[in-house]
Design a protein around this ligand. Structure first.
Ligand code: FAD
Length: 292
């Protein structure tokens, strides 16, 4: 059995003091990943002497619009992401992804910060957040640093969070006009399914109907969520009236396999990722044509 001391606080400052003062502290937010790992005594759990419960810190639950960014506190739950007008109106792709997570109970308890720091290859919020060019603010007693989320992820279940740091904010730049977004997910079953394969697409379509600034980020497809630059470049500059979706599907499949190599799951994932990018593009093209 893992034994530890329990710490709790309602203030960021005090949480940072604990992280500074004690050397083996593990942070607890909603607990939906952590408590499962504790129960299973998972080898993924780091060695720790203290569990620091941050779930009662009000400052970490805020959602704000500041200087062309939406700032989201790490304790914002998936249910809040679904119901919050600032998210619904600006980043429907994030809302759609949150909606597919677990069950109502898991969505009420699980947080955006926990989903990010747990850094599962199947974490549903990571593809849309990377595609939206989200940044993470990391705070310690020594100060703050801000990293692009894609850079913060360091591998499957690994991030660049230091032992004395707390994730204190997720910052997402607002999209200008003419951006379209979509999230696709295929799971083993509808409720409670961890993503078998997902894909977030964010792209601009200009007045002439040309794709620009395309971002394609699959989930559960690569060792950890990351952009597919070859696919993005293949889409950029093409007209919505001329794009060859079959061709783009093949490019996406090949790019995924170039990252992962051939695996036992490749015969399933290779054609399926092509279907997801085609579906996402079809939905966006339809929406853009309606807006013409
Ligand atoms: C039945 C079930 C179904 C699930 N379904 C899905 C699903 O469909 N899709 C999906 O993506 N996930 C799913 N999950 C996983 C989980 O619910 C999410 O990843 C959730 O967002 C984790 O958030 P949490 O607040 O519970 O994190 P916790 O379990 O509290 O913490 C997770 C990790 O993040 C660290 N951490 C948390 N907050 C901070 C912070 N502010 N600063 C530094 N470190 C921090 C913790 O130390 C820990 O290492 C499921 C889990 C269960 C049990």
């Amino acid at each position: 059995m893992i034994s530890y001391e329990f710490l709790t606080t309602q203030k960021i400052e005090e949480a940072l003091n604990y992280l500074d003062k004690f050397s083996k502290v593990h942070i607890l937010a909603g607990g939906t990943d952590l408590l499962v790992n504790l129960y299973k005594e998972s080898p993924r759990l780091p060695d720790f002497d203290y569990l620091l419960d941050i779930s009662n810190i009000p400052e970490l639950k805020i959602i704000n619009s500041i200087n062309k960014f939406i700032e989201i506190g790490p304790l914002v739950t998936h249910s809040r992401l679904i119901n919050e007008p600032l998210i619904k109106n600006n980043f429907p792709v994030l809302m759609e992804a949150a909606y597919t997570i677990g069950s109502t109970q898991i969505r009420n308890r699980g947080t955006i910060g926990g989903n990010i720091v747990n850094a599962s290859p199947a974490a549903d919020l990571l593809p849309p957040l990377i595609a939206l060019r989200a940044e993470v603010e990391l705070t310690s007693r020594k100060g703050k640093r801000v990293l692009p989320l894609e850079e913060f992820l360091a591998g499957p279940y690994k991030t660049k969070l230091q032992a004395n740091e707390l994730l204190t904010k997720i910052k997402i730049p607002l999209l200008s006009d003419n951006y379209y977004t979509d999230f696709q997910k295929i799971g083993r079953r509808k409720a409670l399914s961890i993503a078998r394969l997902s894909l977030a697409l964010v792209t601009k379509i200009d007045e002439e109907g040309i794709f620009q600034d395309t971002r394609v980020v699959p989930g559960s497809a690569t060792p950890y969520p990351q952009s597919l630059p070859v696919t993005e470049e293949a889409i950029n500059g093409i007209s919505i009236f001329q794009i060859n979706l079959e061709e783009i599907g093949k490019i996406t499949s090949n790019e995924m396999v170039s990252i992962t190599g051939e695996r036992w799951s490749t015969p399933y994932k290779k054609p399926t990722i092509a279907v997801l990018i085609k579906r996402a593009l079809e939905r966006i093209i339809k929406e853009a044509k309606t807006n013409e």
